[in-house]
Design a protein around this ligand. Structure first.
Ligand code: ADP
Ligand SMILES: CSC[C@H]1O[C@H](OP(=O)(O)O)[C@H](O)[C@@H]1O
Length: 406
């Protein structure tokens, strides 16, 4: 359901957010709601509304006209709320169990009313605690295969696909990724954030012309290859989990881009988790087990993804060339190469760029944190530089293991 209010934009508060949900008749009595702002991301407000008497609850997520993490000096389009809401609805057409339900979108207020997933935990937090999620790989592979296939030229009529590209033009959010993932960490830029002790490693990275040449190709792919509707920010903070359930949230960076990008971001954040468990797992046996689990998630995600995408390729493919011998193999080889390259960029930017990850930053032992960040830089550089040689998922895993244990 999509109701439009005529009111001009205003930042919601715990008092005014009630006005957004009242017309939905979701609650028995909106005057009895307990409301908290719970946003912990970089960009938006997230309000949690619960009615204690009935246990009914909702989430209202609102975009601010600037990036919350920096403040009003970084203006940011409110259109991202529309993109996020439409991307969730689009994903819901193919994988309804893997995204929150969207109940209402308000274009003027740049907010989305959605299902409350507070019974789930943000995957990053679960992984830091060493929790195992047996269905994660299968669920994320399904999310990736279904959303990417059904929004691509393999499935859509070219006119429909181009309409979709138009609807998901997202220049300001893409620019953030172009800068923060692909550019700034590779140059001496003021958005970068790293301790002085890492300076010599960072300078080595800045002076690595091969790395920069390869990163330029990956950035160019991100800028130009409108292959499918991406989530655009599929890190472990954008995934909610329980033992049985997985929900992907926060697709405000959605746009038409290279299929390997979402896969690479997911893999990168698992690789960062792998490194961080040299700290988070106190016991060596548990650490080895958990790190093996993380690599299994990467491997199983890739295996399930290729199986499902291939099944869709053969059952629902619309493009004449899809039946030509070798085309499918070439496609998966390109996606893997891209995913590994994008993973390398994500690992580097989460280590020395503007937006870090709690997996590494929460390590109190500063010497160990530095050592692991050095490893992250080495891993990221290797993945970008050597992605063309890592032609099997097993070689990607060997690289993570090799760099981590060097
Ligand atoms: N549907 C939801 N149900 C419960 N909590 C949510 C929901 N969506 C977001 N949150 C909470 O708000 C936080 C920030 O949400 P997120 O969508 O990642 O915002 P941002 O775009 O600012 O990064 C999440 O980490 C989670 O704790
Ligand atoms: C100034 S935005 C930095 C960073 O934040 C986004 O992540 P999230 O919205 O999940 O916190 C995205 O990864 C951006 O690159």
């Amino acid at each position: 359901m999509s109701l439009q209010t005529k009111k001009p934009y205003e930042a919601l508060t715990t008092e005014t957010v009630v006005q957004v949900v009242a017309p939905l008749n979701h609650f028995d009595d909106v005057n009895q709601l307990e409301i908290k702002e719970i946003g912990d991301g970089n960009l938006n407000y997230v309000f949690h509304l619960v009615e204690p008497a009935t246990g009914k609850s909702l989430i209202v997520k609102q975009a601010l006209p600037y990036a919350k993490v920096v403040g009003e000096s970084w203006p940011l389009t409110l259109d991202r709320a529309r993109i996020e809401s439409e991307a969730l609805i689009k994903a819901g057409e193919y994988v309804p169990a893997l995204v929150p339900k969207v109940y209402h979108t308000d274009r003027q207020l740049a907010c989305t009313v959605m299902e409350d997933l507070s019974d789930h935990l943000i995957l990053r937090k679960g992984l830091i605690q060493g929790e195992v999620y047996p269905k994660l790989a299968e669920h994320i592979a399904t999310f990736l295969a279904q959303t990417l296939f059904h929004t691509s030229d393999f499935f859509l009529h070219p006119f429909v696909k181009k309409e979709q590209v138009k609807a998901f033009i997202n220049p300001e959010l893409c620019k953030i990724t172009e800068d923060l993932v692909f550019t700034d960490p590779f140059f001496n830029h003021d958005t970068n954030d790293f301790p002085e002790e890492l300076k010599s490693s960072v300078e080595r990275l800045w002076n690595d012309q091969t790395l920069k040449r390869e990163t330029a190709k990956l950035k160019h792919a991100f800028l130009t290859r409108a292959e499918a509707l991406l989530h655009g920010d599929l890190h472990t903070g954008s995934i909610f989990v329980t033992t049985d359930s997985t929900k992907v949230i926060d697709p405000e960076f959605a746009y038409y881009g290279p299929i390997g990008f979402d896969i690479g971001q997911f893999f990168a954040n698992l690789a960062l988790s792998y490194l961080s468990h040299f700290h988070h797992s106190k016991d060596q046996h548990k650490r080895q087990q958990f790190q093996a689990y993380l690599l299994n998630v990467i491997e199983d995600t890739w295996t399930h993804f290729t199986e499902q995408f291939s099944q869709l390729w053969h059952s629902k493919g619309q493009e004449a060339y899809m039946q030509v011998a070798g085309v499918e193999e070439d496609f998966f080889a390109q996606v893997l190469e891209d995913a590994i390259g994008f993973a390398g960029c994500e690992v580097i930017r989460r280590t020395i760029g503007l937006a870090h990850v709690a997996d590494l930053d929460s390590i109190e032992d500063q010497a160990l944190q530095l050592k692991l960040k050095e490893k992250a830089l080495a891993l990221g550089s290797t993945l970008v530089r050597e992605r063309k040689q890592l032609t099997r998922i097993s070689r990607f895993l060997e690289t993570i293991r090799g760099v981590a244990h060097a």
